[in-house]
Design a protein around this ligand. Structure first.
Ligand code: SF4
Length: 330
């Protein structure tokens, strides 16, 4: 591991100033991804600014509108919050299926949203990877890409975004609040991530030195049904082949409103607005659910090793929505 300078920040302003002043500096929170990447020589900061003592931890209600969670709140703390259990089952399930208990007690919400892809080539500096080293190529295109994306891809990168939490938060239209050298701003999660295009090394809209300070998570209305389905190769400690975060409000047997987002299939957490439109105002019969699933995967393009994900994603959508319509578990 490359040697690095270590600084512990006392305030948000100090942390931001430390990182903004040095192009090779980075924030350090739970470290559950970052330290692994440093050991593998994939991430090589010259200076780490420890933010773990900053007052960015805890969850509070903003009336009946939203939950506000500090960026240093752990995954376990949010999963255990009573309002998350009562009003946001999709968030709780995404958190519990997103990591082992040990990791959930260390990993922070901000870090979860910023975690790096699990593409094996990204983590192996001996291979070509445009995301790790721009302009070197993409070993996954003709290599092992069973876990890779079928939506939002480009000829430069087909890596999936690994966060489960981000998928559930996207379905809810959550926002992140950011503090940077030029002050504060809020960014909707729907506008936070960037598809790879020709610059896969740029994954989100954060500028260097900008720090996520809190998440604003809208509450679902009382009576809404929601859940998170994660299809994976084994039941724990594994990333999604396909996942679905969904919420339905039903009224007299019809869907009054629907929210739908997918994980494991996109280069970014993937919202499905066309599917949501198709679901609104109709009875959730088999034809409707299948039409929504087709719409959710519209434009998907598989490669030889991951083409199965297109139909897997559709079936996951049908299973999740059908379970919510019947008020069962998938
Ligand atoms: Fe790198 Fe993306 Fe290609 Fe993986 S898919 S090797 S992360 S460029």
């Amino acid at each position: 591991m490359r040697s690095f300078a270590y600084v512990r920040a006392g305030t948000v302003e100090e942390a931001v100033a430390e990182v903004a002043a040095d192009p090779e500096a980075a924030f350090l929170a739970g470290g559950t991804t970052q330290v692994d990447l440093m050991r593998d020589e994939v991430f090589r900061p010259a200076r780490l600014v420890d933010i773990t003592r900053l007052p960015l931890r805890g969850v509070r209600r903003d009336g009946d509108r939203a939950l506000v969670a500090g960026a240093l709140t752990t995954m376990e703390e949010l999963a255990a919050h009573e309002d998350v259990a009562a009003r946001l089952p999709l968030v709780r399930e995404a958190l519990l299926r997103g990591a082992s208990p040990q990791l959930r007690h260390m990993a922070t919400l901000g870090g979860n949203l910023l975690q790096r892809t699990r593409c094996r080539y990204y983590r192996d500096p001996s291979t070509a990877c445009n995301k790790r080293e721009p302009g070197t190529g993409c070993a996954a295109l003709d290599g092992h890409h069973r876990m890779h994306a079928v939506l939002g891809t480009s000829p430069h990168c087909i890596a999936t975004h690994p966060s489960d939490l981000a998928v559930a938060l996207l379905a809810l239209d959550a926002s992140v609040h950011v503090h940077g050298p030029d002050g504060e701003r809020a960014v909707r999660l729907a506008e936070f991530y960037r598809v790879p295009g020709s610059t896969p090394h740029i994954e989100n809209v954060l500028a260097h030195g900008e720090l996520i300070t809190r998440l604003e998570i809208p509450l679902l209305p009382p009576g809404a049904r929601s859940g998170y389905l994660k299809v994976r190769d084994r039941a724990s400690y594994e990333f999604a082949l396909a996942s679905v975060a969904a919420a339905l409000v039903l009224d007299g047997g019809r869907i009054r409103s629907a929210r739908l987002a997918l994980g494991g299939v996109g280069t970014v957490p993937w919202r499905a607005p066309r599917a949501e439109e198709l679901l609104s105002g109709v009875r959730p019969d088999d034809d409707v659910l299948r039409a929504a699933a087709e719409a959710a995967l519209e434009g998907a393009e598989g490669r030889p090793g991951n083409g199965f994900k297109v139909e897997l994603g559709r079936r996951a959508v049908v299973r999740m929505l059908g379970a919510l319509a019947r008020e069962g578990r998938p």
